[in-house]
Design a binder for this molecule. Structure first.
Ligand code: NAP
Ligand code: HSE
Length: 322
């Protein structure tokens, strides 16, 4: 293994949120930090953690790091503020403050980026800091890096994928015969769903992710947006589709059309031989179609604690190694 470093550097992290993803991030840092230090010379130190409820059981997490006062964490002078609280209003205020303080930001928050991404990236650029957002699309699957780096030399024709783990998990459980409401409850128990699961089931979460991928992959404006969810599908619809040799998947697609890019999110009945039909449970799958490269497909865990934390940690490492 090549060593590219002489002296170990320390990156101090302020963590906002200790829920599904934040808790996974703390566990993963604990598990991986020695390997990261030895391999790339980066020591990751979580210096402060923001939560809403101080009394909740936090397992093994060092309670002396935990506070409910946002400014104590954001203004702690850390190199990176990792935003994992979710939502748009508080999270947006926290991220703006971090950027104005000169801290880099890492976030998994696609709702925030879809709503205010342009303003936040302008502010980051004015303050000379980076925003890492690998975890905001497809959880642990590195689609953001694939688009920004691996496919940077090609012109994209289309992006087609399953971008919402909860909807995919619900459709998969219905294939096993579970009613819709029970499947949604299970997805919530696993921590896959948003705080408001309507965002997942209505197609809006997938649309937000598609917008992020579109802004990375296409230079043209979005000229149309059509978003439909999976709420109308019940376990009998799924069984009938199976008898026809098909499965339902919530498919998000960005496609070059005259004058720009058209975005659609809708449940589609796919034949079993379709590459997205075999993407089950909370997994996501994305097919990028490039002019030169043809089709490139990435699949993997699109939601959940540790997979998403792995993407967050990859951004922290990238910022710390720059
Ligand atoms: P979560 O389990 O609900 O955790 C949210 C955490 O933030 C909790 O620790 C909560 O504190 C804290 N929090 C919420 N609002 C706060 C506020 N106003 N001030 C201070 N702390 C606050 O959420 P999550 O599932 O980890 O999701 C976090 C973000 O990651 C969201 O943007 C989500 O879209 C994104 N994401 C999630 C997944 C996933 O699989 N779950 C995957 C990819 C991306 P308490 O613990 O005290 O309640
Ligand atoms: N609620 C989201 C999903 C989390 O189910 O895909 C991952 O972004």
């Amino acid at each position: 293994v090549l060593r590219h470093w002489d002296k170990v550097r320390t990156i101090r992290v302020a963590l906002l949120g200790l829920g599904t993803v934040g808790g996974g991030f703390v566990r993963l840092v604990e598990r991986e930090h020695a390997r990261i230090r030895d391999r790339i010379g980066l020591e990751i130190e979580i210096a402060a953690i923001l939560v809403r409820d101080r009394e909740k059981d936090r397992g093994d997490v060092d309670r002396s790091l935990i506070t409910t006062t946002a400014v104590d964490v954001i203004d702690a002078g850390c190199d990176v503020v990792v935003e994992l609280v979710g939502g748009v209003h508080c999270a947006g205020a926290y991220v703006r403050r971090a950027i104005n303080n000169g801290s880099h930001v890492v976030t998994a928050n696609k709702a925030l980026l879809a709503a205010t991404g342009r303003e936040l990236f302008d502010a980051a650029s004015a303050n000379g800091v980076q925003i890492g957002f690998e975890a905001s699309v497809c959880g642990g699957v590195p689609v953001v890096r694939a688009l920004r780096r691996g496919l940077a030399g090609d012109s994209l024709e289309s992006i087609t994928g399953i971008l919402n783990g909860t909807s995919n998990y619900v459709l998969s459980r219905m294939e096993d015969g579970l009613p819709f409401a029970d499947a949604v409850k299970l997805a919530q128990e696993h921590g896959f769903a948003e705080a408001h699961p309507t965002l997942d089931l209505s197609g809006e979460d997938a649309a937000q992710k598609l917008e992020i991928l579109t802004s990375l992959g296409f230079d043209s404006e979005v000229v149309s947006r059509s978003v439909h969810g999976i709420e109308w599908i019940d376990v009998d619809d799924v069984a009938r589709a199976r008898r026809r040799g098909n499965v339902f998947r919530q498919v998000a697609e960005a496609r070059r059309v005259a004058g720009g890019v058209a975005l659609t999110v809708a449940a589609r009945e796919l034949p079993l031989a379709h590459p997205l039909a075999s993407v089950r449970d909370e997994n996501n799958g994305v097919v990028f179609r490039g002019n030169a490269v043809g089709e490139v497909m990435l699949t993997g865990r699109g939601a959940g604690s540790l997979p998403t934390a792995a993407a967050v940690l990859s951004d922290v490492i990238e910022i710390g190694s720059a």
